[in-house]
Design a protein around this ligand. Structure first.
Ligand code: VGL
Ligand code: ZN
Length: 216
């Protein structure tokens, strides 16, 4: 059976979001069953000529950490100058083992690693923009300069970093697919349902990995 979608194309890119130790079981901000997607992502990546990985990469004491706000606990929501902020356990601290990519992730053809969340005062779920919705990581320019017009997004967590990356990809004019079975969600307080509906409204297309692998 022929592949439903051809991705060995210079104008398609795979964006692999935050498959890091802290987001997988045993990590500081574990995404339930987050490790299950890794074999699938390892199979998808070689199909793509362009592969970018995102890496959540915070300084100690980051504003998104509950520990930075006395009296607050993880998953509380506070108001910051750029909008509401969910507070998280300390995670993905620059240079820590938790911030490393998961050891089972095997993507030798990754071309670019985008580190995000480095501003101590602003979170950054998306690989394109910080949470102020204005400060760019440069990813859109990089992709456009390479002639990419279509992105496929996989990784962790579906309802936070994957969703924000997909929404910003749409805002930047990329045709945007989220490969649902190559993602896992945190699903805190309705966040998954909200993220799926926001993505749908923005024109993000949901697919299954079989549509890329040709075994659907
Ligand atoms: C993420 C919460 C905080 C993610 C990153 O990768 O989805 N979630 N930082
Ligand atoms: Zn983070």
């Amino acid at each position: 059976m022929p592949k439903a979608l051809n991705n060995d194309s210079p104008d398609h890119a795979l964006l692999v979001i935050d498959i890091q130790n802290d987001f997988t079981p045993g990590g500081a901000l574990e995404v339930p069953r987050g490790d299950e997607i890794i074999p699938l992502v390892n199979r998808l990546a070689p199909l793509f000529r362009n592969v970018v990985q995102a890496q959540d990469w915070h300084p100690a004491g980051h504003i998104s950490f509950a520990s930075s706000h006395p009296g607050k606990k993880p998953f509380d929501i506070i108001e910051l100058p750029y909008g509401p902020q969910v507070l998280w356990p300390d995670h993905c601290i620059q240079g820590s083992q938790g911030a490393e990519f998961h050891p089972a992730l095997d993507i030798p053809n990754t071309q670019l690693i985008v580190r995000k969340g480095g501003n101590p005062a602003v979170d950054s779920y998306s690989a394109f923009y910080e949470a102020d919705q204005q400060t760019t990581t440069g990813l859109a320019g990089y992709l456009r300069e390479k002639g990419v017009n279509t992105v496929y997004v996989v990784g962790l967590a579906l309802d936070f970093c994957v969703a924000w990356t997909a929404l910003h990809a749409r805002r930047e004019g990329f045709a945007t697919y989220v490969v649902l079975d190559a993602c896992r969600a945190i699903d805190s307080d309705g966040s998954l349902e909200q993220a799926l509906s926001d993505m749908q409204d923005a024109g993000v297309v949901f697919i299954q990995s079989g549509q890329l692998l040709g075994d659907a």
